[in-house]
Structure formats: structure tokens, C-alpha cells
Design a protein around this ligand. Structure first.
Ligand SMILES: Cc1ncc(COP(=O)(O)O)c(C=O)c1O
Length: 376
């Protein structure tokens, strides 16, 4: 027998999460998650899932019937979009201006499709002019994939113009909205987005581990006309939909993460109660306050003001400052987490999140006070 380990229960400290995600979770959401678990085919649970779909449709601003939460984090939402839409031999224009654009490329190639990669400098948005040129040069491409809010750099791309181009050149758009949903303007139907995925742990301030996704009727038609089954059984939407929207009768696909879905329901309910546009405005206003304070400390932003994400403030680490030592002092002395740089920005930048419940004055004030102290 392997001896039984004898550990005390795990009590996490109460941190203030101002990194690139997970963000601070609403107390109401944590409480919702602690409610009694019921069966995932219980009629009451199914009623809750119907509400959840309406709430997701509101957050995405879409009437797409195929709108649901994948039972896994944002990366699974990303994979859901690619594996359901692509088949070997397809060509995809992939815009890469940070870590997550590169992950899109990897997904495309793992589907046996060809990625036509357009590179943009880190910290800059995707340039629609360059995308249009590529669309003209590559009539064989039937998809355009890009990241709306690049969490590795803090840059916001113009999803509306990019999706309009995709439509003009008869491509389906695949959009990463992991960090944008709930934090900045995003209108799936109005902008003509075909496939979109997000994450529960950013501006929705829900617990991590769920990925809202939505597919337009054009995308659904493409899935229905596939010549071969989706290579992933778990992510195959034609099977998952039997559970999320079986006409009057839901069939078992996998055991839903019941309590995590209570949490998502509550976080989206809070978003709807605040109002989407009000939430976008709150993120913008809090960014302005934080920005003024960071600049007063002598810190400068990686991204130009016009393309900056309000919910993710990326600033250069001043020369001579020990990145890891500063972040660890913030954690120890102030219980405050800010994000390290990722990819090309590792060791060079900090990523300071103002996401969802965390986009509030007291967080930005604490962060400025703590940074002023530790940078002294
Ligand atoms: C833009 C973007 N895409 C995808 C992901 C992957 O999401 P997850 O870590 O939830 O799998 C992240 C995570 O930070 C992200 O920021």
C-alpha cells in the first residue's frame, strides 16, 4: 500500500488579482459555485442552461442558436473553433501579433490545414490593409483568424473592420475574444463574426475553466457539410449540441461541470444587470485612472493609446529594475498579483489587469500605491 498522505485542507490567501487572468472573482459567483450540486440532466439544471445560453447571447450580442460554454478553458474554445471548421487541405489566413496568434497557427496546422501567417510587430494591432492584401493574394483561403485582444501585449485589433473584410472576400472569421468579452465593445452579429471563443476567467470575473463560444449560421452550415467527422470526439459540436439544445430532450454527452456553470450563470447575470455598455465604459474609465497614475510613476506603455486594451495595461519595466523581485514584493507585502511579460516581452514588461470585478477604483489605487512603494 502507498501510505495515505495527511495534509490539512488548502486555504488559499485572498489575493488581489491584477494580472492577465484569472481576475478577481465576484463574491456572488464564488457563492453560486458553492450551491448544491444537482444532476446535469435535472430539469431545473436544464432550465438554468437555457438561461445561460440567453445570457451568453447577450454578452456576445448575438442571436446565434449555437452559443454555449465549452467545459474547459479558453484554449479548448480555440480548439473547438478550429477542429469543427477546418478540414485537411483548407487554407487559413492567421494574423500573428503575439502569443495567441501563434497558438492559432499551431491549431490550424494540427488540423492538417495550411496557415498563411501574417506577422505584425508585438504591441501593435492587426493591420486591416495588410489583411486585405493577403485576402486578395490568397483566394484559396476560406478563413481569417485573429485575436481581438492580444493578452500577451495589450493590443486591441479592429474586429469590426477585419470581419467585414472576411465577409467581402468570402471567408469565415474566427475570433479570439478571451480577453475582450465583457471588457471592450464586441458585437458578434453586427460585425459578422462567424466563430468566436472566450474564457470565463477574464472580464467575466468567473472562476476559470469554461470557454463561451458562438457560431454563426454560415459557420454551422460549414460544419454540417464537412466531408469527414471532427477528429476530436469531445469537442465535436454536432455531438455536444445534443446536450446543450436537444429539442425537448437532452442527451448525455459528458458530465457538465455543474457548479462551474452556476458560477458562469451568476457572472453573466451580474454583467447583464450592470449592462454591457456600462461595463465597457467602466473598464475604459478605470484604465484612464490607472494610466494617469502609472505615468506619474514614470512608467510608459508598450501599446499606442489608440490600440490599448483598457483591461490589460502593459508597461515597460524601467531599466535596472528587477522584474521578479518587484512582483514577489507586491505579492508578499500587498497580496497583489500583476503579470509578468510573456513571449517576446518576458522580462521587459508588466501586464496589469483591470478585468471585470477587478476594474474598480480601489484596485487601481492599491496597485499605484504598492508600485510607488516597491519601486522607491
Ligand atoms: C487571448 C487569449 N487566447 C487564449 C487563451 C487561452 O485561454 P486559457 O488559458 O483559458 O486556456 C488566453 C489565456 O490567457 C488568452 O489570453
Amino acid at each position: 500500500m502507498i501510505p495515505a498522505p495527511d495534509f490539512p485542507p488548502f486555504y488559499p490567501p485572498r489575493r488581489i488579482l491584477m494580472g492577465p487572468g484569472p481576475s478577481d472573482v465576484y463574491p456572488e459567483v464564488l457563492a453560486a459555485q458553492a450551491k448544491p450540486t444537482i444532476g446535469h440532466l435535472d430539469p431545473l439544471f436544464i432550465g438554468m442552461m437555457d438561461e445561460l445560453r440567453s445570457l451568453l447571447q447577450y454578452a456576445f450580442q448575438t442571436n446565434n442558436p449555437m452559443t454555449l460554454a465549452v467545459s474547459a478553458p479558453g484554449s479548448a474554445g480555440m480548439e473547438t473553433c478550429f477542429v469543427n471548421l477546418l478540414e485537411p487541405g483548407d487554407s487559413v489566413i492567421v494574423c500573428r501579433n503575439g502569443v495567441f496568434g501563434e497558438r492559432m497557427r499551431q491549431n490550424v496546422e494540427r488540423c492538417g490545414a495550411t496557415a498563411i501567417v501574417l506577422d505584425f510587430p508585438w504591441g501593435e494591432p492587426v493591420d486591416p490593409t495588410a489583411v486585405e492584401q493577403a485576402l486578395k493574394q490568397h483566394p484559396e483561403a476560406h478563413f481569417l483568424a485573429f485575436v481581438h485582444a492580444e493578452t500577451s501585449t495589450g493590443a486591441l485589433s479592429d474586429a469590426k473592420s477585419l470581419c467585414a473584410l472576411a465577409q467581402q472576400y468570402d471567408c469565415l472569421s474566427i475570433v479570439d475574444a478571451v480577453t475582450s468579452l465583457g471588457g471592450v465593445e464586441l458585437r458578434v452579429d453586427e460585425w459578422g463574426i462567424d466563430a468566436i471563443y472566450s474564457g470565463s476567467q477574464k472580464c467575466l470575473s468567473c472562476v476559470p475553466g469554461l470557454s463561451p463560444v458562438s457560431f454563426s449560421p454560415r459557420a454551422v452550415e460549414r460544419m454540417q457539410n464537412r466531408s469527414r467527422p471532427v477528429q476530436s470526439w469531445f469537442l465535436d459540436q454536432s455531438l455536444v449540441m445534443g446536450y446543450w439544445s436537444g429539442e425537448g430532450k437532452r442527451s448525455y454527452h459528458h458530465t457538465a461541470p455543474v457548479n462551474a456553470l452556476y458560477a458562469l450563470h451568476e457572472s453573466l447575470r451580474l454583467l447583464a444587470k450592470e449592462g454591457l455598455e456600462q461595463a465597457w465604459q467602466r473598464h475604459a474609465a478605470m484604465h484612464q485612472e490607472l494610466k494617469a497614475g502609472l505615468e506619474a510613476l514614470g512608467l510608459t506603455f508598450v501599446v499606442d493609446e489608440d490600440h490599448r486594451l483598457p483591461q490589460l495595461n502593459t508597461v515597460w519595466i524601467p531599466s535596472g529594475v528587477d522584474d521578479a523581485a518587484i512582483r514577489s514584493r507586491l505579492l508578499q507585502d500587498y497580496n497583489l498579483e500583476i503579470g509578468a511579460g510573456l513571449g517576446d516581452l518576458a522580462g521587459k514588461a508588466w501586464r496589469i489587469g483591470l478585468m471585470g470585478y477587478g476594474a474598480k477604483r480601489e484596485n487601481s489605487a492599491l496597485c499605484l500605491k504598492a508600485l510607488a512603494d516597491v519601486l522607491k
